[in-house]
Design a protein around this ligand. Structure first.
Ligand SMILES: Nc1ncnc2c1ncn2[C@@H]1O[C@H](COP(=O)(O)OP(=O)(O)OP(=O)(O)O)[C@@H](O)[C@H]1O
Ligand SMILES: [Mg+2]
Length: 244
């Protein structure tokens, strides 16, 4: 069971849009995918038309006592299941801190044979929850909006991982890109040198992505032929190749 997280310290950079679209692409390619919404905002849960509720409560989940057949929900996308978020998800930090071994991978042990891939949609924080994300995943997928501040948070992440000796791979990719803007073009061109593990597919800034909130579905379900959907398909291919 491979695990990936959409993660960034920065908010509003396209983590959730990317988590939903990449998970749907992986599912369309025949993988059995579990998308875990870790953000109390529950945007991923909303996009997939599931009620923001963790049946049995978040404490049971963190303690490894959840009834997964009730907590995990099937979505309208074939091969894609969701572990929803709720407002109570904000208690996860505290609950994880109280655990001896606080890995998210441990929590999912009972369902590890049911899924090929788990994708985590993370809140924009650096907390106990993030540390347990770092300890669990094969790689962090970090969306980079081509601006100075976005790159700065990427450096902060690298510093944090180095300082705490966390051997977690960081795979940045550019999103919300507007090639007509000079600064965007320059930032995108600079990235490969500083970040050799950068994914080369760029996700354009596109209004269909914003429409996901109205359609409440991944791009593959309502805008299959759009350039943005094509970009997410290409990004997933690139990730799948690296995971082999
Ligand atoms: N490629 C894109 N083109 C246009 N709009 C986008 C794109 N990606 C994301 N957005 C929009 O930008 C906003 C933020 O995106 P999203 O919610 O995915 O970011 P996030 O990093 O998950 O935010 P948060 O840190 O709050 O969880 C949303 O309104 C979304 O519709
Ligand atoms: Mg989000």
């Amino acid at each position: 069971m491979r695990m990936l997280a959409l993660y960034s310290i920065k908010g509003g950079v396209g983590k959730t849009a990317s988590a939903v679209n990449l998970a749907a692409e992986a599912a369309a390619q025949g993988r059995r995918v579990l998308l875990w919404d870790l953000d109390p905002q529950a945007a991923t849960t909303f996009y997939l038309r599931i009620k923001p509720k963790i049946r049995g409560g978040v404490a049971r989940l963190v303690k490894g006592k959840a009834a997964f057949d009730k907590v995990i929900r099937a979505t309208e996308v074939e091969n894609l299941d969701l572990l929803p978020a709720a407002l109570a998800s904000r208690e996860m930090d505290q609950l994880l801190a109280e655990q001896q071994e606080n890995q998210l991978r441990r929590i999912l042990k009972p369902v590890r044979h049911d899924y090929d891939l788990v994708i985590l949609d993370c809140p924009p924080t650096l907390s106990t929850l993030s540390e347990s994300v770092f300890a669990s995943v094969d790689a962090l997928l970090v969306p980079i909006v081509p601006t100075v501040l976005s790159l700065r948070t990427l450096e902060q992440l690298r510093d944090f991982l180095d300082r705490h000796d966390i051997p977690c791979q960081v795979w940045p990719f550019v999103t919300l890109a507007d090639r007509r803007r000079h600064l965007h073009r320059d930032t995108i061109a600079e990235l490969p040198r500083q970040w050799p593990l950068r994914l080369s597919t760029t996700i354009p800034s596109a209004s269909v992505v914003e429409r996901m909130g109205v359609e409440r579905a991944p791009l593959g379900q309502f805008a299959r032929t759009s350039p943005a959907a094509g970009a997410y398909r290409a990004l997933w291919q690139e990730i799948a190749q690296r995971l082999q």
